[in-house]
Ligand binder design. Structure first.
Ligand SMILES: [Mn+2]
Length: 311
């Protein structure tokens, strides 16, 4: 964390040298590291309390913790996803719907879902929108002691070796994941904006790329997936732009010809495997409809994923 904090300081100084001339770099660094440490302590304490509560309620094999990471500066076009976590939280608990998932899990039960807060990203400027999948999947595989199978729903393969000079761009996260050996199988579903490099990188890493143009043919396979056997489990990464913009207009990279919301739910609900983690990324509230339609879509994805993880 210290290392990330230091990188963050350099980033901040690059942009604010003039306004910080009277404050020493070490003071800024010290202050920022204290803020980061305090926020992470708070997140850990919430997670501990949640553990106690779950035990008191009789325990659970697995229970979902919701962690917000409000960042957008590794995005190549718009940075709006940094504003998404509070909008998604609001929509999860919106009174217009109830707190039960489609398959009957109760979200208010801490054995199903607990919100542990947001990572203080404003203090850690150099970590990375879909760029978050790399550090998270790396952490999951390191913590569990081996690779996972990754189901990645997206209009884009996000597998450029390097995008616009940024190895940690939101368009490069899956190249880093595969290079690091953090995923055994990577299945990409919903793909419809892919170029030569995307296909070549896919072949290089043995990625199973399911493109939208053949979705009607692939539907049966995708709605009957069995993943994670012989590895440490399954990780699901959902870029909201996997959906057709008709279902989710609030994204930075609008790409027509995508999945329906029901297509995504069918894939998730029917998936067999031990889901150990998931992310929902790239919802951009600045592009959403005035009544927050995409926020509800992202929130429902979070709700159904939470149900899938909790056991
Ligand atoms: Mn995408």
């Amino acid at each position: 964390m210290l290392k990330i904090g230091q990188r963050g300081i350099r980033h901040l100084q690059r942009f604010s040298t003039a306004s910080f001339t009277t404050v020493s770099a070490s003071s800024i660094e010290k202050g920022q590291n204290r803020v980061v440490d305090a926020s992470l302590t708070l997140i850990r304490e919430r997670a501990k309390l949640k553990g106690e509560l779950v035990r008191l309620l009789g325990g659970a094999k697995a229970s979902t913790s919701l962690l917000g990471v409000p960042l957008g500066h590794n995005s190549s076009f718009l940075q709006g996803p940094a504003f998404a976590p509070p909008r998604i939280r609001e929509a999860i608990w919106c009174g217009s719907t109830n707190s039960s998932t489609e398959e009957g899990k109760e979200l208010k039960d801490p054995r199903v879902l607990t919100d542990v807060g947001d990572v203080p990203v404003q203090e850690i400027r150099d970590c990375g929108d879909h760029s978050i999948s790399y550090p998270v999947i790396r952490a999951v595989s390191e913590k569990l002691g081996g690779p996972v199978d990754v189901l990645h729903l997206d209009a884009h393969p996000d597998i450029y070796d390097c995008f616009e000079g940024n190895k940690y761009s939101h368009a490069s996260s899956f190249a880093r994941i595969m290079e690091g050996g953090h995923a055994r199988r990577l299945l990409q579903v919903g793909i419809r904006s892919i170029n030569k490099e995307g296909r070549e990188q896919g072949k290089r890493f043995g990625v199973e790329q399911y493109e939208m143009r053949t979705f009607s043919r692939d539907r049966e396979v995708l709605e009957n997936l069995k993943l994670g056997e012989g590895v440490k489990g399954v990780y699901i990464s959902i870029d909201v732009d996997c959906l057709d913009p008709a279902f989710a207009p609030g994204v930075s990279h609008i790409e027509p010809g995508g999945l329906s919301f029901r297509d995504v739910l069918n894939i998730l609900h029917n998936l067999q495997g031990d889901v150990v983690g998931a992310d929902v990324v790239e919802f951009n509230p600045q592009r959403d409809t005035v009544d927050g339609m995409t926020a509800m879509v992202a929130a429902k994805l979070v709700r159904e994923l939470a149900a899938k993880i909790s056991k």
